[in-house]
Design a protein around this ligand. Structure first.
Ligand code: NAP
Length: 282
């Protein structure tokens, strides 16, 4: 079974559009996502533009705050503080990576947890660990949404997450654990990666290495979520999973592109609506 991230994302986006319309009708307030971009990284510019376009298509506002490379740390922190204090702003997205010289961790930590739609502040990551309500990072949240949409049974399942980044692997492992999966997290020091991946009923791969997981590493009947997105020298985009060989073993698999990718932006929009609702006490 191909797990169609575009279809799942569309369902999420339709719900967000309806939710934004209802919120505006009830309160007169439009959910608003402030987008902060520093420097001229072309990929970051393109991500920011697609987020803005998506927000507009859902009836949300997304004012941008664009600065050239050279903006100082203190100025950036002051901007974040200003956005934190502005009641018309419900979500704050600081596009990463920031140019060299800026302290990303300090900037993220300064975002109000209520407006932290990326779910990356220490407070929200801590809430995830504590099992408390907070903001969930968008990509792992998107992986869970796909698994739920297609009815994967998580309780009691062996789940293996390849990758332990703050952005994807660690929060995804926590989310699976919260749903009563038995979770193993693998990384570059894992001694025998295939030993672990072959045990997985649910295999989630966020290694950032093109096609590192091959068919012989996957248990027959497994669900495989491929978070990776890698551009090969040939210009072809592939995941961290070798789709051709793994799809012969897996019961269900996300393609690249068209799997987890479309979910990330959809979950960002969902988090923005959630942030607006919470700030409006709804
Ligand atoms: P990252 O920060 O580079 O982390 C990669 C993780 O994978 C690290 O924990 C690393 O282990 C581990 N790893 C690398 N090679 C490995 C190997 N051969 N065996 C086992 N573990 C290995 O990457 P990330 O930000 O989590 O992103 C992961 C992938 O997802 C990338 O391809 C990225 O492009 C993609 N991504 C996609 C989306 C989307 O919207 N679709 C969003 C975010 C990320 P160590 O900790 O030991 O170094």
């Amino acid at each position: 079974m191909i797990l169609d991230g575009k279809a799942v994302a569309q369902k999420v986006l339709d719900e967000v559009r309806a939710g934004a319309t209802d919120l505006r009708a009830a309160t007169g307030v439009t959910p608003t996502l402030a987008v902060v971009l520093v420097g001229d990284n072309p990929a970051s510019k393109s991500y920011v533009n697609s987020k803005k376009r998506m927000a507009a298509s859902l009836g949300m506002e997304s004012p941008d705050f664009v600065y050239p490379d050279g903006l100082g740390q203190a100025e950036l922190l002051a901007l974040v503080e200003r956005l934190n204090a502005d009641p018309a702003i419900h979500g704050i997205l600081v596009q990463l990576p920031l140019p060299r010289g800026l302290d990303e961790d300090a900037v993220i930590a300064r975002i109000s947890p209520l407006k932290d739609v990326d779910g990356l502040t220490p407070v929200n990551l801590g809430r995830l660990l504590a099992g408390a309500d907070g903001m969930i990072p968008c990509t792992p949240a998107g992986c869970m949404e796909i698994l739920d949409y297609y009815g994967a049974k998580l309780e009691g399942a062996e789940a293996v997450v390849v990758g332990r980044s703050r952005l994807v692997g660690k929060p995804l492992a926590q989310l699976l654990l919260a749903r009563h999966a038995t979770v193993t997290t693998c990384h570059t020091r894992t001694r025998d990666l295939a030993f672990h991946t072959r045990r997985a009923d649910i295999l989630c791969v966020a290694a950032g290495r093109a096609e590192v997981i091959t068919g012989d590493m996957v248990k027959p009947g497994a669900w495989v979520i491929d978070v990776g997105f890698n551009r090969l020298p040939t210009g072809r985009n592939v995941g961290d999973v070798d789709f051709a060989s793994v799809s012969e073993h897996a019961y269900a698999i996300t393609p690249v592109p068209g799997g987890v990718g479309p979910m990330t932006i959809a979950m960002l929009m969902k988090n923005t609506l959630l942030a607006a609702r919470r700030q409006l006490g709804r």
